[in-house]
Write a protein that binds this ligand. Structure first.
Ligand code: HEC
Ligand code: HEC
Length: 282
């Protein structure tokens, strides 16, 4: 009897989940995978404002573009190539979405378009860094280079990224070099990506160790300063320094061994006894 009730309860929950879960599916996907780069009616971020995009492009075009923008661009589609050039060849990552999911997102964008304010929607979203100071930049240097731990314990940016900046010892080559990223995306775009990254490898790192809003701010301010100062940096080139010190230390150890153990026995004890005895015989 108990099981019977439990089973009904499950069916009820499943039905609710289907009805309400699905209604928000498009919005959920948009917020999780698109919002770092796009707004609907709030201006351009990394990519264009998507307000009223459903009036400009056909549903088929949108589905393919959302799933794999490069496929459409490589096909030579005029609209896609134009928008790609306009965003200075900035790549929109592929999304592993089914056609149904892509359509749900498109439906959400359409619904949200009618609700948002009109006006010049391709103007850049407001400057996120308005009140940034040198102190924020300095904080960003420490966080980026891992000299200061992130509050929630996420990996430091330098473990994957590098920048052209004398203040940090660049090492990360797992992901993109970030020196000019700010120039391409602006404060809204960069901060959105740091806050909630659309890139799986990076997202995975911070999913359970999210950055605080202050950290996002400091890191964005830092990446701006890196971009602004990129022409004044003299990349530290160690050249042969490491090899030179290696050889020098090796030679020093050799010399030290010779000097310190000058009186060491070089032959076996047996050899000495042998020569003493043979000397006596002769
Ligand atoms: C990393 C940033 C980024 C993410 C994440 C992203 N996009 Fe884009 N998107 C861009 C850029 C940049 C462009 C400009 C075209 C290009 O460079 O390919 C673009 C272009 C578009 C366009 C074409 C707009 C036009 O005017 O034709 C659509 C539609 C679009 N994105 C939808 C989406 C949807 C839906 C998602 C989420 C599933 C998404 N994008 C996720 C960066 C992104
Ligand atoms: C586990 C590795 C990893 C870590 C740690 C990481 N990222 Fe990323 N990040 C990536 C990957 C992968 C991309 C996608 C671009 C690429 O393929 O290199 C990316 C992209 C970005 C971009 C967009 C670059 C562009 O031009 O498209 C920014 C900005 C960025 N990361 C900032 C940061 C900051 C700031 C931190 C430190 C809080 C950080 N990342 C930590 C892996 C990482």
């Amino acid at each position: 009897m108990k099981y019977y009730l439990l089973k009904n309860l499950f069916i009820l929950i499943a039905v609710f989940a289907f009805l309400f879960g699905n209604a928000n599916e498009g919005e959920d996907i948009f917020k999780a995978t698109c919002a770092a780069c796009h707004t609907i009616g709030k201006g351009r971020l990394v990519g264009p404002d998507l307000k009223n995009i459903t009036e400009k492009r056909s549903p088929d075009w949108l589905v393919t573009f959302i799933q794999s923008s490069q496929t459409v661009i490589k096909r030579g589609d005029a609209d896609a190539v134009a928008i790609y050039k306009e965003y200075s060849n900035l790549l929109m990552p592929d999304n592993a979405l089914s056609t149904t999911q892509a359509n749900a997102v498109i439906k959400y964008i359409k619904a949200a378009s009618s609700g948002s304010s009109s006006g010049d929607s391709q103007a850049a979203a407001t400057d996120f860094l308005e009140n940034a100071t040198q102190k924020d930049i300095d904080e960003g240097v420490l966080l980026f280079g891992g000299e200061k731990r992130l509050t929630n314990g996420g990996a430091s940016c330098i473990s994957c990224h590098s920048v052209k900046d004398d203040r940090v010892f660049s090492s990360g080559t797992l992901a993109k070099e970030l020196t000019e990223t700010y120039g391409a995306m602006g404060s809204a775009g960069v901060s959105a990506i740091i806050r909630s990254s659309p890139f799986p490898a990076m997202n995975e790192t911070y999913k359970n160790n999210p950055l605080t809003e202050e950290e996002v701010f400091a890191l964005t301010a830092y990446l701006k300063s890196v971009n602004d100062n990129r022409f004044y940096q003299i990349p530290v080139d160690f050249g042969f320094t490491f090899a030179f010190f290696g050889i020098a230390v090796f030679v020093m150890i050799l010399l030290a061994t010779i000097v310190l153990y000058f009186k060491r026995k070089t032959k076996s004890v047996y050899h000495e006894i042998h020569s003493r005895q043979t000397a006596a015989i002769n």
